[in-house]
Write a protein that binds this ligand. Structure first.
Ligand code: LAN
Length: 728
């Protein structure tokens, strides 16, 4: 049996596997996979290094450093530690957890495809879910810091049962109690209903229609799915296929048991069609619009009389798109949800001995990450490019990059950046509705291979900083490749001047009325985001300093329109709303960086001044800033209970970019960040840093190194300058 029942300890605090046996393998352009060594000989041959130990939460035992006297010395100590977390290939691996609806997709998707896990992986996934159960009610939310929801609790409970935990385990009894209190799994949001239906513990009649026929409609239609935000359409492809086929796992004892455990009523008496719009109150972020409900009534009627030949053609088209996506990304796919749905579809059609099945199984590993709490499923196959982009810029801007001790590490980082840039367009390009990739950098690895506008910006900036601003670094990225990155970004500006995440905005904003995923906001189309715009502005501004002759007029126009966009979307209070980091401090620091590069600072620009006043109004008496992930849900500043190192760095950097003339706020921020630094140079993990789709937080644990190092390094020069001006 692939999934036998398992005896597990009562709590995730206990040991489930031997942590001294886990190793992170980094290969093929930054792929991350964790391996459990079975024998002592293997362990001796492949010793655990600092990267493994740090991420497993084992003592790294790095030496205590001389106490820092000033900010630059503190930044140097920070990097002295962080250097040990750089892997041999030049990048900084890291955990990318946070969302709590991904691991169930991994487990359910694998289970219905007959794909097993290693025993130690199962044990650690169980331990992770035990550790991440809500301390009060034992349920799970949409992300690690969220309140318990039906989505999180229903799916994670199911995952634990599949992994082999008995329904009578105390953790399960508590979680089931919470699920039932919330009304049971009937009230799952649509994505929950979908996973449960694949598992055959929710009836397909309880789902709103997900017709694959939309793929057959003419592409000029404003609602054709190729115009949707890339993540939604890439998930919709396999969803519509599996819905079209009404895929469901074969009944077995576990499935029969889950039908009893997940619901407060008799499964066989549930009125399924009445559940389509039943979504628990605690889960709701974007309630359905009336129009969407009306469309579903019509589509529901169509389901009862759909024409088999058309359904077949539609499923064939969806399947074709699944295959193109798998081939474009070497089976990584765009993200973790589509990954598992594509896997189910390929397993269903091509079977367990097919190439596709094997490849999917190999790359499934890239999303599985083990931390001190157990094994999770990551938001992507890593955040490799994103993390290397920030730390390398931090090193150069702080001056640490010029120090002899750091040269080798920076050159290794440059090598990694070079190999990560995409040199070609996708294998299947227009046929799979893709954006240009030539010249772009992705968020994670080249193999995943999706252009992200701001990742291209940060990647290019990192390369320019290392190659052009430091003496004696080799020029590994050719001028042609640098120009390709610029060309790529120039194709991505939207008519309003702003930049979106992966593509140009392709669809009308009213498509948001048709958002079927009740748990996320602003997902149906691309939007122009301040952060995505600022990365492009800063990259282009730095590029033209070094290469003033290349497409100068285009670049000038692009920057001008983008700055105009930033001015327009500045909030009346002076900040910018972040969509990918929490929240105002994140977007505002990037905005101030951009403004500074076109000469707009506190003294010269009304926009920069208002932004500084906004930030200053939020600084607390301890010198820090702290906002909750709830700021992103509400698009309004919501204080966190505690000040946060990372947000304090963002805010202080914003003030420094704006050349805020009074040194006091930054001095206080520096003191706070230094006071939280440990004797070995590291900083502790605090609250979650990132967000997506308004409602789901996501972890960027490497930020607690890159931003303090960056801020402290920058503060040294800024404070010296101001204090000199003061005659002090
Ligand atoms: C990310 C992570 C990075 C992020 C930034 C580069 C920071 C941003 O500026 C642009 C958007 C992007 C690339 C982004 C988009 C959405 C992602 C991929 C994620 C937040 C990581 C996980 C998330 C993905 C959608 C999670 C799966 C969930 C679905 C709703 C499909």
């Amino acid at each position: 049996m692939l999934y036998p029942s398992l005896q597990v300890p009562a709590s995730g605090k206990e040991q489930f596997t031997d942590y001294s046996r886990w190793r992170l393998l980094v290969n093929d352009g930054g792929r991350h996979t964790w391996h459990y060594l079975k024998t002592d000989e293997e362990c001796a041959q492949w010793p655990q290094n600092s990267v493994d130990k740090y991420w497993l939460g084992l003592p790294v035992n790095l030496p205590t450093l001389p106490p820092a006297k000033g900010p630059l010395a503190a930044a140097r100590n920070g990097y002295e530690f962080y250097k040990h977390l750089q892997s041999d290939d030049g990048h900084w691996p890291g955990e990318y957890g946070g969302p709590m609806f991904l691991l169930p997709g991994l487990v359910i998707g694998s289970y219905v495809s007959g794909m097993g896990f290693k025993e130690e992986e199962k044990l650690e996934m169980i331990r992770y879910l035990f550790n991440r159960a809500h301390p009060r009610d034992g349920g799970w939310g949409i992300h690690i810091e969220g309140h318990s929801t039906v989505f999180g609790t229903g799916l994670n409970y199911t995952a634990l049962r599949i992994l082999g935990v008995s329904a009578e385990h105390p953790v399960m009894i508590k979680a089931r109690g919470t699920l039932h209190k919330l009304g049971g799994a009937t009230g799952s949001p649509s994505w929950g209903k979908f996973w449960l239906s694949l598992l055959n513990v929710y009836e397909w009649e309880g789902n709103n229609p997900i017709p694959p026929e939309l793929w057959l409609l003419p592409e000029w239609l404003p609602f054709h799915p190729h115009r949707w935000w890339i993540h939604v359409r890439t998930v919709y492809v396999p969803m519509s296929y599996l819905y079209g086929k009404r895929f469901k796992a074969e009944e077995n004892d576990l499935i029969l048991a889950l039908r009893e455990e997940l619901y407060t009523e008799n499964y066989y008496k549930i009125n399924w069609p009445a559940q389509r719009n039943n979504v628990a109150e605690v889960d709701l972020y974007s309630p359905h619009t009336r129009i969407f409900d009306a469309i579903n009534v019509v589509l529901g009627a169509y389901e009862s009389c759909s024409i088999p030949a058309i359904r077949r053609a539609a499923c064939n088209r969806a399947y074709e798109l699944i295959v193109l996506e798998d081939e474009n990304t070497s089976y990584q796919t765009l993200g973790p949800v589509s990954k598992m749905m594509n896997l189910v579809a390929r397993a269903y059609v091509e079977g367990p001995s097919s190439e596709a099945y094997k490849e999917h199984m190999i790359k499934r590993q890239d999303f599985m990450w083990i931390s001190h709490e157990g094994m999770m499923m990551c938001g992507t196959n890593g955040s490799q490019l994103w993390d290397i982009g920030f730390i390398t810029q931090a090193l150069v801007e702080s001056g640490l990059g010029d120090e002899e001790d750091n040269k080798e590490s920076l050159v290794n980082a440059l090598k990694w950046l070079e190999q990560c840039q995409m040199k070609e367009n996708p294998k299947h390009y227009e046929t799979s509705y893709r954006q240009r990739t030539k010249g772009a950098w992705p968020f994670s690895t080249k193999e995943q291979g999706y252009t992200v506008g701001d990742c291209t910006g940060e990647g290019l900036k990192a390369v320019l900083y290392i190659q052009e601003q430091l003496k004696s670094t080799p020029k590994l990225v050719s001028q042609q490749s640098i120009r390709d990155a610029v060309d790529c970004m120039l194709t991505m500006q939207n008519p309003g001047g702003g930049f979106a995440s992966y593509e140009l905005i392709r669809g009308p904003s009213w498509l948001e009325w048709l958002n079927p995923a009740e748990v996320f906001g602003n997902i149906m189309i691309e939007y122009a985001y301040p952060e995505c715009t600022t990365s492009v502005i800063t990259a282009l501004a730095i590029f033209r300093k070094h290469f003033p002759d290349y497409k100068a007029a285009d670049i000038e126009r692009t920057i001008h329109d983008a700055i105009d966009f930033l001015h327009r979307i500045q909030q009346p209070e002076g900040g910018w709303v972040g969509s990918w980091g929490i929240c105002f401090t994140y977007a505002t620091q990037f905005a101030l960086e951009s403004l500074s590069l076109v000469g707009e600072t506190y003294e010269t620009s009304e926009h920069a001044r208002r932004a500084c006043e906004f930030l200053l109004g939020k600084q607390r008496t301890d010198g820090g800033w702290g906002e909750s992930y709830k700021s992103c849900e509400m698009s309004a500043w919501i204080e966190h209970a505690d000040t946060q190192i990372v947000q304090t760095c963002w805010a202080a950097m914003g003030l420094m970019y704006a050349k805020y003339p009074n040194p006091e706020p930054v001095t206080k921020a520096v003191k706070l960040v230094m006071s939280r630094q440990r004797p070995d140079g590291s900083w502790p993990q605090e609250a979650i840093e990132g967000v997506f789709n308004k409602n789901c937080a996501i972890s960027y644990p490497n930020f607690k190194f890159s931003f303090p190092i960056w801020m402290l390094g920058k503060a040294e020069g800024y404070l010296a300058e101001l204090n000199k001006g003061d005659g002090r």
